[in-house]
Design a protein around this ligand. Structure first.
Ligand code: GAR
Length: 195
């Protein structure tokens, strides 16, 4: 079975979409662990409700230390790491060990509204400020460049005149949940086809 670890920071609605898809049999993967950089993340409760082992690694000054600790916890033989609402920047050896095996969901149409400091609600605030007519989400490969890895899938959402950052975030999240599950399913299927 295709084994994945999920990294989270907050509410964990993207994690929930993965767990729900597993329950429904739409996603044939095992979530082996959930790792959070935030001890208060609601996502941890969602994982615990499914008896998935959770780990909290608090962010320190040394950015690489987080990645190193995470790597120590998950080992080097998982099939995929999914950054699902993970708001820290992953760096260090883990990027080499899991080269092309880490994906991230970002709440904009990369290359727009991404990079350092562009995460969560800030993205939607910037999209509205930029008077965009279309926004959306992107699933991409994670490498050393923030939000810079290859794009795997994007889904678009129309921006309404009446939108607030929160209302836009809500509609983009619906597409995020579909996009993330779709990409994980595709990668797991590719793995079956190759092996
Ligand atoms: C999601 O919108 C996700 O795309 C975003 O944080 C939110 C977390 O929601 N991630 C980033 O901005 C990463 N750069 P969730 O905790 O409910 O999944």
């Amino acid at each position: 079975m295709y084994r994945i670890a999920v990294f989270v920071s907050g509410s964990g609605s993207n994690l929930q979409s993965i767990l729900d898809a597993v329950d429904k049999g739409e996603l044939k993967v095992v979530v082996t662990s959930v790792i959070s950089d935030n001890p208060k993340a609601e996502a941890l409760k969602r994982a615990e409700a499914k008896n998935i082992p959770t780990f909290i690694i608090e962010k320190g000054k040394d950015r690489n230390a987080f990645g190193d600790k995470a790597l120590e916890l998950i080992g080097d033989n998982l099939d995929l790491i999914v950054l699902a609402g993970f708001l820290s920047i992953l760096s260090g050896n883990i990027l080499k060990v899991y080269k092309n095996k880490i994906i991230n969901i970002h709440p904009s149409l990369i290359p727009k509204y991404c990079g350092k400091g562009m995460y969560g609600i800030r993205v939607h605030e910037a999209v509205l400020k930029g008077k965009e007519e279309v926004s959306g989400c992107t699933v991409h490969v994670v490498n050393e460049v923030i939000d810079g890895g290859d794009i795997i899938l994007q889904k678009t959402v129309q921006v309404k005149h009446s939108d607030t950052p929160e209302s836009l975030q809500k509609r983009v999240l619906i597409e995020e949940h579909k996009a993330l599950v779709q990409v994980i399913a595709m990668l797991a299927q590719e793995d079956i086809n190759e092996n």
